[in-house]
Design a protein around this ligand. Structure first.
Ligand SMILES: NC(=O)c1ccc[n+]([C@@H]2O[C@H](COP(=O)([O-])OP(=O)(O)OC[C@H]3O[C@@H](n4cnc5c(N)ncnc54)[C@H](OP(=O)(O)O)[C@@H]3O)[C@@H](O)[C@H]2O)c1
Length: 338
């Protein structure tokens, strides 16, 4: 974009780094840098979570008032235009005498958007830069904000004949070490993991993320769906993030997770819970590990999906196909993502 200087582009990259220091939660991660008119970095800030100052206000607070006048604010997200727990950032920037605002992603909120227009109407030069990177930074938050629920990935491992377990219910392990290592990385990339009580009772899973033998990686919050009692000595009770329980009403439970700032949910099964998410149209992405083995028998990977006739089949779009050791990984999106 012609109107953006090199210093502003560097400041935007720095602002994205700063944004990532903030927590994932009900508010988006946002970073800001204030530049002098000749492009020197004067102050930086980021948002530290709901109820704390927004990034641009945080950056302004680290600046002498006389330095803010005539300066440029570079922010990863359009300055907000509404009064929540804090006042509108557009007004804070105007009051500080900021002359120019460069922002990344447009604010998708109905109540909070319009900050750029308000600044422009007040005579502040406003420009948009690095939109794609800025949007990617808050993609999960934006999804949650729009849908009112976390983005849901449903994962399962199956034999080539479509079974998720042997006849006696044992399923550890259908896949090999490479596929299992991949699952641990996926866990670490999600805010929460869901399993049904059936899986807890059959497998006693830990649901922690371990990458290259290390457990000091981001750990998702485990959520057990169902009404049956979780045994007192279940491994999940020792999970570093504690244990959350949920009922059968998936939509309501997802809204509750979003209200607590959980942007992404990784559903690890078993077949009953995975099928319930897909049946309800609440699965956005699927990750399926196909193991070159045959199990036969009754333990199919998915049960009723509400498909009574071929016209109702759940069409998917394959987004990735990869061999992991001896197994195959198929990633796909459902209609909710297309
Ligand atoms: N291959 C794989 O990837 C994989 C992964 C996980 C598990 N497994 C295997 O799968 C087997 C367990 O599977 P499963 O199907 O019995 O257990 P599951 O899907 O883990 O749990 C089923 C339970 O989920 C609860 N639930 C909560 N909300 C629900 C809803 N909306 N609809 C339906 N159920 C809901 C119910 O619990 P309540 O009855 O308590 O109310 C239900 O009985 C084990 O053999 C395990 O080894 C395989």
């Amino acid at each position: 974009m012609a109107g953006i200087s090199l210093a502003e582009r560097d400041a935007m990259a720095r602002a994205r780094e700063l944004a990532r220091r903030g927590p994932r939660g009900v508010n988006p991660q946002v970073g800001a840098v204030i530049l002098s008119p000749d492009g020197r970095m004067l102050a930086e800030g980021w948002h530290r979570g709901a109820g704390t100052p927004h990034a641009e206000v945080d950056a302004l607070s680290r600046l002498r008032p006389e330095d803010a006048r005539g300066a440029t604010a570079v922010v990863t997200l359009e300055p907000c235009n509404h009064t929540g727990r804090t006042g509108p950032c557009a007004v804070a920037l105007l009051d500080a005498g900021i002359a120019r605002v460069v922002y990344g992603a447009a604010d998708p909120g109905d109540a909070s958007s319009g900050g750029a227009g308000r600044l422009a109407a007040a005579g502040v030069a406003t420009e948009r830069a690095d939109e794609a990177e800025a949007a990617a930074l808050i993609a999960d938050w934006t999804f949650m904000h729009r849908a009112g629920r976390p983005r849901v990935t449903v994962k399962w491992a199956q034999s080539l004949d479509g079974r998720a377990a042997a006849a006696d219910g044992t399923s550890q392990w259908i896949t090999g070490p490479d596929a299992r290592a991949h699952v641990h990385r996926e866990r670490s990339l999600h805010d929460a993991i869901a399993v049904g009580t059936g899986t807890v009772l059959a497998d006693d899973p830990q649901l922690t993320a371990r990458i290259d033998g290390r457990s000091d990686v981001p750990q998702p919050i485990p959520v057990v769906f169902g009404t049956r009692e979780i045994p007192a000595d279940a491994a999940l009770r020792r999970h570093p993030k504690g244990l959350r329980t949920a009922g059968h009403d998936l939509e309501r439970e997802l809204f509750a997770l979003a209200a607590d700032g959980i942007q992404t949910l990784y559903v690890e099964g078993g077949p009953t819970l995975a099928s319930a998410f897909i049946r309800a149209g609440l699965a956005d992405r699927l990750t399926i590990y196909l193991a070159p083995t045959l199990l036969g028998g009754p333990r199919i990977a998915l049960d009723d999906l509400g498909v009574d006739t071929i016209d109702e089949q759940r069409r998917l779009t394959v987004t990735r196909l990869e061999q992991l050791g001896r197994d195959l990984l198929v990633e796909a999106t459902t209609e909710s993502e297309q």
